[in-house]
Design a protein around this ligand. Structure first.
Ligand code: SAH
Length: 216
């Protein structure tokens, strides 16, 4: 595959996997149409980049299925002026989707090799509104809090309290919570009375490893 073939595959991905499954937010759909997902996967897997499943990246990690990226992003109900925290930069694909939509994205990755590759990729694509940190994202990024949105793309045994504490009023946190095999996507919203939780369905993510996640 090359140039316009990737573009056509991406357009088909958005129609068949995203729009048909009920994602409606025009900002999310536009971002998914723009970001060249094939540049975020290892070279030998490029021709599969627009297929309906996750793919292996380096360090035994994965780039999420396109639909799950769209679903999680839409659940944050972003409009543009927000500052968003992302835990688990991985390939940087989800980071790019967020950076297309909001003012600033703060992204944390624990594995330096992945963090550096993602940064090089996102820099070369021209993103100027992304801030990077290597470390344990379960602690959040207190110096930059509060955030209107927090997106965690690794699976936690329970909701890390620091992330709830770093949510702005009206802010939303989306995170897979469960055991190591399957999890529920949990949406946490900070409301004046405290927090409100809802469940968006079953998923399977790699482990969130850290102080408020799984032990290594
Ligand atoms: N959103 C990514 C998905 C990457 S997989 C993408 O689109 O490619 C999840 C990532 O979370 C892995 O890279 C893993 O190393 C990272 N991770 C796991 N625990 C973490 C933690 N406590 N802090 C930051 N990153 C973490």
């Amino acid at each position: 595959m090359q140039g316009d073939e990737f573009e056509k595959a991406r357009e088909r991905m958005v129609e068949l996997q995203i729009v048909r499954r009920g994602i409606k937010d025009p900002l999310v759909l536009e971002a998914m149409r723009r970001v060249p997902r094939h540049l975020f996967v290892p070279e030998p897997l490029r021709s599969q980049a627009y297929e309906d499943h996750p793919l292996a990246i380096e360090e035994k990690q994965t780039i999420s299925q396109p639909y799950i990226v769209a679903l999680m992003t839409e659940s944050l109900r972003l409009k543009g002026p927000e500052r968003v925290l992302e835990i688990g930069t991985g390939s940087g694909y989800q980071t790019a989707i967020l950076a297309e939509i909001v003012r600033e994205v703060f992204t944390i990755e624990r594995l330096p090799l992945l963090a550096e590759k993602a940064r090089a990729r996102l820099d070369s694509l021209g993103y100027k509104n992304i801030f990077y940190r290597i470390g344990d994202g379960t602690l959040g990024w207190p110096e930059e809090a509060p955030f209107e949105g927090i997106l965690v793309s690794a699976a936690a045994p329970s909701i890390p309290q620091p992330l709830v504490d770093q949510l702005a009023m009206g802010g939303r946190l989306i995170i897979p919570v469960g055991d190591k095999l399957t999890q529920d996507l949990v949406l946490v919203e900070r409301v004046p009375q405290g927090i409100k939780k809802s469940f968006l369905g079953g998923v399977r993510f790699v482990d969130l490893i850290g102080k408020w996640g799984w032990k290594e």
